[in-house]
Design a protein around this ligand. Structure first.
Ligand code: ADP
Length: 658
């Protein structure tokens, strides 16, 4: 899988970063434009606010001006009326009381005589001026000034603990004679309370300040905060540097604007964040896509390089996929096959029934795991043998969607197998002929013995007859021995006949001990000539077995002859050949034990291969044929080392069930 897990950077195509950069640029631009728009709007609003502020301030200044002037007028009128009236104290009291009631800014109205002594005062005789020490002008100076000018005069402002005040001095003339002076003390706080309407205080903060910048009075419902929009106008009356400073309360709209601004910035941050998250997501997705493409390309290359045909079918048996190898094998193109339902075009019409049965088995999920063989037909009509394996197709959700079959063209393999089988058969025949030849020569030797015995008995008999010195018993004995030898010769001939005539192995119930004895009988002469003793160890009771007698005898003869030949170089007293029969529960074991030269381990491995021989005139087929014969009988043949020196050839044969 390493080839798929390449670093992300390599797999992310360059255009993908554009997909991500463009929205980021657009969002940044949008945010900048919105901020500029908001700033312009705010500026515009500020300008409007400033214009409104100036208009409102001018209006208020006018109102205060007119109001104070109206007070001046009323006091002037009072001064005139006081001069004329007969009971001026009473009139003062009535009019001053009325004035104070209707003008809450009037803290006191006092009537001083020409000497500055208070004749009357409302609401009481203590003037606010008397409570403070910071006055910059005295009452006397002001009264003097009013008298001299002959018209109302305003004092400078002064501040008590609670409030700030200014006074209005109005001279009272009785004809041309000065009859005192009226002093109206105005509270600045009272004045703005009286004159400034409620809506003004909602919008603005109002402060009355003196030329030193001290706040004399103020009125506001809200704190203006850090607002920079303000306007200042001089208040005259009372003059003397007193001015009015009006500051715009921070508008709620600006709070809304900052809220909007904050929201915009938050949204922009959120968009950036989501873009960032999307970038990661997109990268992962692109990497996954790339990995998928690589995987697909890899799979495709793998499929195309396969020599095994692959074809997928859905659960109804409709072909959904074929690979190039399958098309090449059958000669059809994918368009001929995909979507096809049984019988498929490559089915062999002669074998349709079996093919259909196997097909149904596959769809039922009962296809043999080890695969099955079928004969298919190519588009050009040729037939071929196929080995088919079926496996279930499971999709990404774990659903069983159909079956994937791999198809192997085994025609060549089968042909090769057939050829090998034929060759093996030929080899068997050849080796049989060879063995037959060998056997014939052995038998010829064997035959020599009874024939020469017959000949010598015959010569003996004739000699006796010729001499005339014979007894009938003597002759009879010789004749009987002659007969036995003749029978033995006959037996040998019959064996040759049997062996030559055989083509098919014939299994028959037989006793292995008899076969061993027969074989020993055949080989005896050969052994005697080589001074080899033959020893047999055979148990008394034996279970019968099913075997081809001649073949087993042939095996024994082969093994015994090899054993005898292996002891050629041993001293005669050591030349012992033992044949052992051991009966097991289900099989019988035959051991051919010699005291010969033994067999080296590396030779043991090759013993049973055809044409392996260490003898100058050996064919090397004997052991190979022996093993084939034993295996044909469902037994086993192997070799062991004899602990006493030499070799042991062992073969087993299954017993007939009792
Ligand atoms: P052949 O007898 O024609 O050589 P075999 O297949 O019967 O062919 O034997 C193959 C070889 O196995 C012999 O050449 C011999 O070297 C070896 N061999 C067989 N039996 C024995 C044995 N009992 N002791 C030693 N060597 C043996």
């Amino acid at each position: 899988m390493k080839r798929i897990m390449r670093p992300l950077r390599e797999t992310t195509p360059p255009w993908s970063s554009w997909y991500l950069t463009m929205p980021k640029l657009a969002v940044s631009l949008l945010v900048i434009l919105l901020v500029v728009l908001l700033w312009l709007l705010q500026n515009n609003e500020k300008e409007e606010q400033r214009a409104t502020l100036i208009a409102d301030v001018l209006w208020l200044e006018q109102s205060i001006h007119f109001h104070v002037l109206s007070n001046v007028e009323q006091l002037q009128q009072l001064s005139l009326d006081l001069a004329k009236d007969e009971t001026p104290e009473k009139l003062f009291d009535t009019r001053a009381r009325h004035l104070i009631r209707t003008n809450s800014e009037l803290a006191q109205i006092a009537w001083l005589d020409n000497d500055g002594v208070m004749r009357a005062a409302l609401p009481n005789h203590i003037s606010p001026r008397q409570e403070v020490t910071n006055t910059r002008d005295t009452r006397e100076e002001l009264a003097e000034l009013a008298r001299k000018l002959g018209k109302p005069v305003f004092s400078r402002t002064f501040t008590s603990l609670k409030d700030s005040f200014f006074e209005l001095y109005v001279p009272v003339y009785n004809g041309n004679r000065l009859a005192g002076i009226l002093v109206a003390t105005h509270s600045l706080a009272g004045q703005i309370n009286q004159i400034v309407p409620w809506w003004f205080t909602e919008k603005y903060q109002l402060q009355i300040i003196d030329d030193d910048g001290r706040i004399l009075a103020s009125k506001s419902k809200l704190n203006p905060g850090r607002s920079t929009i303000s306007h200042q106008v001089a208040l005259d009356p009372p003059g003397y540097g007193v001015s009015m400073l009006v500051t715009v309360n921070r508008a709620s709209s600006s709070a809304v604007q900052s809220l909007i601004m904050t929201l915009i910035i938050l949204l922009a941050v959120a968009v950036f964040w989501s873009l960032w998250a999307m970038r990661g997501l997109m990268r992962r997705r692109l990497a996954a896509e790339q990995a998928l493409r690589t995987e697909h390309a890899f799979r495709k290359a793998m499929e195309d390089s396969l020599t095994i045909g692959m074809r997928a079918r859905d659960r109804e048996g409709r072909i959904t996929y074929v690979n190039p190898a399958f098309c090449e094998m059958t000669g059809f193109v994918p368009a001929d096959l995909i979507g096809a339902l049984p019988p498929y075009p490559y089915w062999n019409p002669d074998d349709q029934e079996r093919t259909q049965q196997l097909h149904n088995k596959v769809l039922d999920g009962q296809a043999p795991r080890e695969g099955f063989e079928l004969r298919f037909r190519r588009k050009n009509g040729e037939h071929f043998d196929a080995l088919v394996y079926e496996a279930p197709l499971i999709d990404a959700d774990g659903q069983h969607t159909g079956w994937m079959g791999s198809v192997l063209d085994i025609t060549e393999r089968k042909q090769a197998e057939e050829l090998a089988r034929q060759q093996e058969e030929k080899l068997q025949i050849t080796s049989r002929l060879v063995t037959m030849g060998e056997m014939a020569s052995t038998l010829a030797h064997e035959l020599n013995q009874p024939l020469s015995a017959i000949s010598s008995y015959n010569t003996g008999c004739i000699n006796k007859l010729d001499s005339g010195n014979y007894s009938a018993n003597e002759l009879r004995g010789a004749m009987e021995k002659l007969g036995v030898q003749a029978q033995r010769a006959g037996k040998i001939i019959r064996r040759v006949h049997d062996f030559v005539r055989k083509s098919e192995p014939k299994l028959a119930e037989c006793d292995l001990a008899e076969i061993v004895d027969d074989a020993i009988g055949f080989i005896e002469h050969f052994a005697q000539k080589r001074l080899v003793r033959i020893e047999r160890q055979i148990p008394g009771w034996r279970q019968p077995l099913l075997a081809d007698q001649v073949m087993i005898e042939q095996v024994l003869l082969n093994l015994m002859r090899n054993a005898i030949e292996a002891m050629n170089d041993k001293p005669p007293q050591d030349r012992l050949l033992s044949i052992q029969l051991i009966q097991h529960e289900r099989q019988i074991e035959v051991r051919v034990i010699d005291r010969g030269s033994g067999i080296a381990a590396e030779i043991q491995e090759r013993l049973f291969t055809p044409f392996f021989s260490t003898k100058p005139d050996g064919m090397g087929m004997g052991l190979n044929i022996c093993r084939s014969i034993i295996e044909f009988h469902k037994g086993r043949l192997w070799v062991e080392n004899n602990p006493a020196g030499g070799t042991i050839f062992v073969f087993t044969l299954p017993l007939l069930a009792p």
